[in-house]
Design a protein around this ligand. Structure first.
Ligand code: ATP
Ligand code: MG
Length: 253
């Protein structure tokens, strides 16, 4: 599944109540990275969930196309096989850590699970457990921290080779240094993929080919980091807070 991802005048509401996304027009060129910034509740997760057909754009409310094809016409399982999505609240099954990482590929080897885990900076954590990758996690097993869960979900996506990758605030619970290392890994692995990264951290978004800022379901700013950091809008404000002297970049994240 290749080609540009295009949102054409997409509006969306859950249960016909308040409009959550309003007239979204957006093109993500094939093979580029889009960064999304926006306050809590601004519609970031909703936007990527629509792309993965976790919710449906209603007739008459615009359309989303990939390579020119309306995603309504793409079979859901085919679409999802081509989109690797790390959800904001990753889900772990009541299974071993290794099984959780390798769940997308029934024939996966332990070596590939380990390689994905190393790349997601989870390997040390796994080695710290007495049973390593056989450690049971989830409801009936070891409780992983938020950051460990995120890295397990990232490792899971590192086992696949999807042409479209989405990371919804997936690095929020890891420290900035690990965040940078994992992003470098994402760049190296998915060089040809189309990547969408949602984050509250400017450092996570700054290298994206294009960044949009969402506010109350609308795109209020669009451009590169260099353009937006002096555009006088929300992006600049957040950039200045996070890079300023007020306690470092963590200050506003
Ligand atoms: N399943 C749902 N049913 C009804 N309303 C929802 C549902 N999911 C989200 N919303 C509402 O839609 C709006 C946008 O939510 P969304 O999760 O897209 O925001 P977000 O930008 O991802 O926020 P955050 O930064 O906190 O993750 C919010 O007002 C939220 O309450
Ligand atoms: Mg969200």
């Amino acid at each position: 599944m290749t080609g540009d991802i295009v949102f054409e005048n997409v509006s969306f509401s859950y249960n016909n109540s308040k409009e959550i996304l309003k007239n979204i027009d957006l093109t993500v060129k094939s093979g580029t990275t889009l960064g999304i910034l926006g306050g809590t509740g601004s519609g970031k997760s909703t936007l990527v969930m629509l792309l993965d057909k976790l919710y449906e754009v209603k007739e008459g409310c615009g359309r989303i196309t990939i390579g020119g094809v309306d995603i309504r016409k793409i079979k859901t399982d085919h679409l999802r096989r081509n989109i690797g999505i790390v959800l904001q609240e990753p889900f772990l099954f009541s299974r071993s850590l290794g099984e959780n990482i390798g769940i997308k590929d029934p024939s996966i080897t332990l070596d590939r699970i380990k390689a994905a885990s190393v790349a997601a900076h989870l390997h040390e954590t796994a080695q710290g457990f007495a049973k390593g990758y056989d450690t049971f996690v989830g409801e009936r097993g070891v409780t992983l921290s938020g950051g460990q869960k995120q890295r397990a979900a990232i490792a899971r996506n590192f086992t696949t080779d999807c042409p479209i990758m989405i990371f919804d605030d997936s690095l929020s619970a890891v420290d900035t240094e690990t965040d940078a290392k994992i992003r470098a890994e994402i760049e190296a692995r998915f060089g040809t993929a189309t990547v969408i990264i949602i984050s509250h951290r400017i450092t996570t978004l700054s290298k994206a080919d294009k960044i949009i800022v969402l506010e109350n379901g609308r795109i209020v700013e669009e451009g590169t980091h260099d353009e937006l950091k002096c555009a006088g809008g929300v992006y600049q404000d957040i950039y200045e807070i996070q890079s300023g002297s007020s306690g470092g970049e963590e200050a506003a994240s």
